[in-house]
Design a protein around this ligand. Structure first.
Ligand code: ADP
Length: 369
């Protein structure tokens, strides 16, 4: 019936010679009690040490089927006779036996209720957690899908705007007065900027879905590629870029290239007036490598150091320095896909150090790496 549908179900896996009826009576007021012997769907199982061996396999399957939701098993231990099941040894690192609590017979009624209650609260909390996680995963998926669809579908009308602007430029250039030319230039600039933003957003929305599997990746090779790609910018600004010996990390080489490219582009772009100097280094910290990109540029006010990782957040105007404000957001998303972290240490006019924490390439790598 509906009124009982939400009640907690407890299954008693107690043999005929046990006190099944008595235990059942004890619980009936508060719970739905199942007394059939094959293991059914229930929120909690009470088994006694005489019948435990018979139900062990079925119970284990049932508990595993519920995983990661906690599904408790309580053992009632009767007097002195075998077979006995011992308490799990807390120092034993083997998989614990399939018992979450042991209650000695004769049962103390209030003690039993307290223990059952504790276990059932844990079960319902783990159920809630599971539900929140799936809701979050679902909303994340639909957000990704939304960002992808929006940015993808915006490309088409934007292409149309751009191509008609080009047509006006080509066909009517001679007929436009100075104002007309200026307005047209603004429109073209706006369309270009919008294209850059949409491209960035599209890339951002695809970090999780379009990436390659993570595998041991040599960061020295990654940085070599990045420097080759940035050669023109480096030469233009006469930047000096020192790269230390770098480790191998667990990663997606393409995404790591994108990550360090964005950090190096910024280190050069947000340098002061002089020759930009950038230093890329790495140090070990527990199970991670900390890879830092340090510049001697304009620096960042501590109050702004969090928001620069948000989409489209910029501290500089376009007139000062070009950009869409998506570079660091993309970096953060890539790092998160790698189970890592990114942050910046900086003071205005004192340069900035962006640090990325990335997991070690493989568990076999030890402290001497
Ligand atoms: P973009 O460079 O396109 O504006 P980013 O997301 O890469 O976008 O950076 C966001 C903002 O963070 C930049 O507009 C800039 O104000 C600031 N910033 C990023 N890197 C640095 C740096 N190395 N030094 C100083 N400011 C920086």
């Amino acid at each position: 019936m509906d009124t009982t549908a939400h009640r907690t179900t407890i299954q008693l896996l107690i043999g005929d010679d046990g006190n099944r009826a008595a235990v059942g009576e004890l619980l009936e007021d508060r719970y739905d009690v199942l007394t059939q012997q094959p293991v059914r769907d229930a929120d909690l199982y009470i088994v006694d040490d005489y019948t435990f061996p018979d139900h062990h396999a079925a119970l284990r399957d049932r508990v595993e089927a519920d995983d990661p939701v906690f599904c408790p098993v309580v053992l009632i231990r009767r007097d002195d006779r075998s077979p006995r099941v011992s308490l799990p040894d807390p120092d034993d690192h083997e998989t614990p036996v399939l018992v979450d609590d042991i209650v000695e017979a004769p049962i103390d009624r209030s003690l039993l209720f307290r223990r059952l209650n504790t276990l059932l609260v844990r079960r319902s909390q783990s159920k809630d957690l599971r539900r929140y996680i799936s809701q979050l995963e679902e909303s994340n998926r639909s957000l990704e899908q939304f960002a992808y669809a929006a940015s993808h579908d915006l490309q088409e009308p934007l292409r149309m705007v751009s191509s008609y602007l080009q047509l006006i430029e080509q066909r009517y250039e001679d007929e436009l007065d100075d104002d007309g030319e200026e307005f047209l230039a603004y429109a073209v600039d706006g369309a270009d900027r919008m294209r850059d933003m949409i491209d960035g957003l599209l890339e951002y929305s695809r970090v999780d879905t379009a990436g390659d599997p993570l595998e041991p990746t040599d960061l020295n090779a990654v940085l070599e590629d990045v420097l080759a790609d940035l050669q023109v910018q480096v030469d233009e600004r006469d930047a000096r870029i020192d790269v230390d010996e770098l480790p191998r990390v667990e990663g997606d080489a393409d995404q790591l290239r994108q990550l360090f490219q964005n950090l190096l582009v910024n280190a050069i772009k947000y340098s002061g007036d002089g020759r930009p100097r950038v230093h890329v280094s790495a140090r070990r910290n527990g199970r991670s490598w900390l890879v830092s990109v340090e510049d001697d540029g304009v620096g960042i006010d501590p109050a702004d150091q969090e928001r620069i990782f948000d989409v489209f957040q910029r501290l500089h105007s376009r007139e000062e320095r070009s950009g869409t404000g998506i570079g660091l957001a993309l970096c953060e998303r890539i790092v998160k896909r790698h189970d890592g972290r990114i942050w910046v240490d900086s003071e205005p006019d004192e340069g900035s150090t962006f640090t990325v924490a990335l997991p070690l390439a493989d568990a076999g790598e030890t402290a001497d790496a």
